[in-house]
Design a protein around this ligand. Structure first.
Ligand SMILES: Cc1cc2nc3c(=O)[nH]c(=O)nc-3n(C[C@H](O)[C@H](O)[C@H](O)COP(=O)(O)OP(=O)(O)OC[C@H]3O[C@@H](n4cnc5c(N)ncnc54)[C@H](O)[C@@H]3O)c2cc1C
Length: 386
């Protein structure tokens, strides 16, 4: 069967897109160089933060709200929980005026978005925050935003469920097949892999950190940054249950790297520990295949020294486990989604900059609607720059 659309890369965005294509009756083929869900790209590590009021910009709010709806719909079809709305806590020093996720005044902008979109939330005083969440020590000048509808998404489960649903709707899936080139030929596309040459009317490039290398310059402004995640044993498990602890982001200084984030103990996976991480934007990775996947003991020590000491307690310093992941970042931290200008039968979607997972299910829906020219791509804010 010649597919109508080939999806290159079946991680967060690609698996969502493939399912949405297949459920619309579009003949779709998905190709991945590994066998998703896997730990080689940007979508592993059990959990991702989700929040409804999005400090990165109003354009994201409908995407995350729709993604939550889609995951709830998918949950109803299967047995696995994909989304846990245990709440999200965002703590911003200096009255929430500081830089985070590419936005100055990120926490203030989150509050403004919550008000504009009527998203239930509370503003907590630093004292109230420490009373409710005894793991945190605040300096006293923080703006603290609590959103009960925020929480965590389970990325590997979402990808597996989306691929399962895609296959059930008739999509073809090729794994362990690496795409080498995507070219527009006449009124279609040719996708060359290390195993075969595939033809279709259109292609959608959703290869995460590998997308720039396959995008013929359309994603030239993306920088890759190595990130490290740690899972810590807690000596106060009662502080870290989902009933007592929301997901959290804590910004404590003026720089892009002056923050940390984490999760409560995941129900059913308590033995894995409390996941905590910071963000790295300094070291640039030229090639995702050259990613250093070894985590040194000094990296966990630096997380405590630079972020947790004096701000968070209840965690033992020796990680149970650590893992490496990649951020694909644009200069303004915004997504890049659109048709390749030089080859308009190739749609490109790069949705990361460290905040893409929560929006990925709805992005898949937008991309599937746009494929075949069935609807304009309603994401003008994220237009490609290259
Ligand atoms: C440490 C970390 C923490 C994060 N925290 C959050 C968070 O809390 N909340 C949030 O919303 N977002 C978060 N993000 C961002 C979010 O996880 C990413 O935006 C999202 O997972 C990216 O999905 P993707 O589909 O673009 O890439 P991926 O899921 O990595 O998928 C790309 C796929 O393409 C495949 N591929 C690559 N090259 C080829 C090729 N040549 N041929 C075929 N297949 C190929 C890969 O194998 C992979 O399966 C975080 C990211 C990281 C790294």
């Amino acid at each position: 069967m010649k597919p109508d659309v080939i999806v290159v890369g079946l991680g967060a965005v690609g698996s969502a897109t493939l399912w949405q294509l297949a459920r619309r009756g579009i003949k779709a083929l998905g190709i991945d160089r590994f066998a998703p869900p896997h730990a080689m790209g940007s979508s592993h590590g059990h959990t991702r933060i989700t929040r409804q009021a999005i400090g990165e910009g109003d354009a994201y709010v409908p995407l995350v709200l729709r993604s939550h709806e889609i995951w709830r719909e998918l949950e109803a079809e299967g047995n696995e929980q994909l989304l846990e709305q245990c709440g999200a806590l965002i703590i911003g020093a200096a009255g929430g005026s500081l830089f985070m996720h590419g936005r100055q005044g990120f926490v203030r902008q989150t509050v403004d978005a919550a008000q504009r979109f009527a998203i239930p939330h509370e503003i907590l005083s630093p004292e109230e925050t420490m009373r409710r969440y005894p793991a945190f020590t605040l300096a006293g000048d923080e703006l603290v935003y609590f959103e009960p509808g925020g929480g965590m998404v389970f990325p590997e489960r979402c990808i597996a469920a989306q691929l399962h649903a895609a296959r059930r709707c008739g999509a073809a899936v090729c794994v362990d097949e690496r795409v080498l080139a995507i070219e527009q030929i006449g009124d279609g596309v040719r996708v060359t892999t290390d195993r075969a040459v595939h033809h279709a009317a259109e292609a959608i490039l959703t290869a995460g950190a590998w997308s720039p290398g396959l995008s013929s310059g359309a994603l030239a402004d993306i920088a890759l940054h190595r990130q490290v995640l740690h899972w810590m044993t807690t000596d106060r498990p009662d502080w870290f249950t989902t009933e007592r602890m929301p997901v959290f982001m804590f910004s404590h200084g003026a720089g892009a790297e002056d923050s940390f984030y984490g999760f409560p103990l995941v129900p059913g996976m308590e033995a894995q520990g409390v996941k905590v991480a910071d963000e790295n934007y300094t070291t640039r990775l030229a090639d995702p295949d050259m990613l250093d996947r070894q985590v040194q003991p000094a990296e966990a020590a630096a997380l405590f020294r630079d972020h947790l000491d004096g701000r968070m307690s209840g965690l033992q310093r020796q990680p149970l486990r650590s893992s490496v992941c990649v951020y694909s970042c644009t200069p303004d931290s915004a997504f890049r989604v659109g048709r390749n200008r030089a080859a308009d039968r190739i749609l490109v979607a790069s949705a990361c900059s460290g905040h893409g997972f929560k929006h990925s299910a709805a992005l898949g829906e937008c991309l599937a609607d746009a494929a075949g020219g069935h609807a304009p791509l309603a994401l003008a804010e994220f237009a490609l720059r290259g």
